[in-house]
Each structure stands twice: as structure tokens, then as C-alpha cells.
Design a protein around this ligand. Structure first.
Ligand code: FES
Length: 118
């Protein structure tokens, strides 16, 4: 398998993110929450709960979902959608693990960072 290196940004070691926890990636236009599941998958979502903008990165990961620390809404890490009876959605971004490193798709930077020349 080939990586298209210009499309992915290496931003952290997998072990920088606690299992079943999150970490914040700050970009010019906001914050992205990075999550690591118990089986070492990673997901990237906007760090603003669709309910009242709570910090999802502070939540607890269970399966492929995170529970918001403010009012316990459960958000799917795969789709960004609120689960159960709640309604709302948060933006998701591409993320993957390669050789123990966490890579996110360059589209994360569309949140506001100006692209570098060249
Ligand atoms: S702000 Fe996340 S559940 Fe209310």
C-alpha cells in the first residue's frame, strides 16, 4: 500500500493519545478532537459538541463513540452524529494510524489555516 504523503499530516505518536481518551489538535480556525479507541483506531472530529459546544475531547470513548462530558450526549466517532434520541452532528475528518503515528487528512486545515506556499 502506498501513502499519498501530500494528503496526510503526521501530527502525533499514537501513544500520545490515551486509550479511550482524546487529545486536542489546535488549528487556526478552531480545535479538532482526536480520539483513540480501545482497539487503537483513531478518529478526528470538531471539538464542539453539537448540543452546546462542550469539549468532546474531554469525553470518554466507548466502542466507536464518545460521551460528551457536559450533558452526556453520545456522539458516533465514525459519523459525528448524535446517537439515541438526540439530534445533531459534528464535522469529521480523515484520520489513521501508520507505523505508530497518527495521520490526519489535510482537510483538517481548512478550518482556517492558510496553506503554505508551494
Ligand atoms: S454540550 Fe455536549 S451534551 Fe451538552
Amino acid at each position: 500500500m502506498k501513502l499519498t504523503t501530500e494528503k496526510w499530516l503526521d501530527i502525533a505518536a499514537l501513544n500520545d493519545i490515551p486509550r479511550r481518551g482524546g487529545r486536542v489538535l489546535k488549528v487556526a480556525g478552531g480545535c479538532i478532537a482526536l480520539f483513540r479507541t480501545n482497539d487503537d483506531q483513531v478518529f478526528a472530529l470538531d471539538d464542539r459538541c453539537p448540543h452546546k459546544a462542550g469539549p468532546l475531547s474531554q469525553g470518554i470513548v466507548h466502542g466507536a463513540a464518545v460521551t460528551c462530558p457536559l450533558h452526556n450526549w453520545v456522539i458516533s466517532l465514525e459519523t459525528g452524529e448524535a446517537m439515541g434520541a438526540d439530534e445533531g452532528q459534528v464535522a469529521t475528518y480523515s484520520a489513521k494510524v501508520s507505523n505508530g503515528r497518527v495521520l490526519v487528512g489535510q482537510e483538517c486545515l481548512r478550518l482556517g489555516m492558510e496553506p503554505a506556499d508551494g
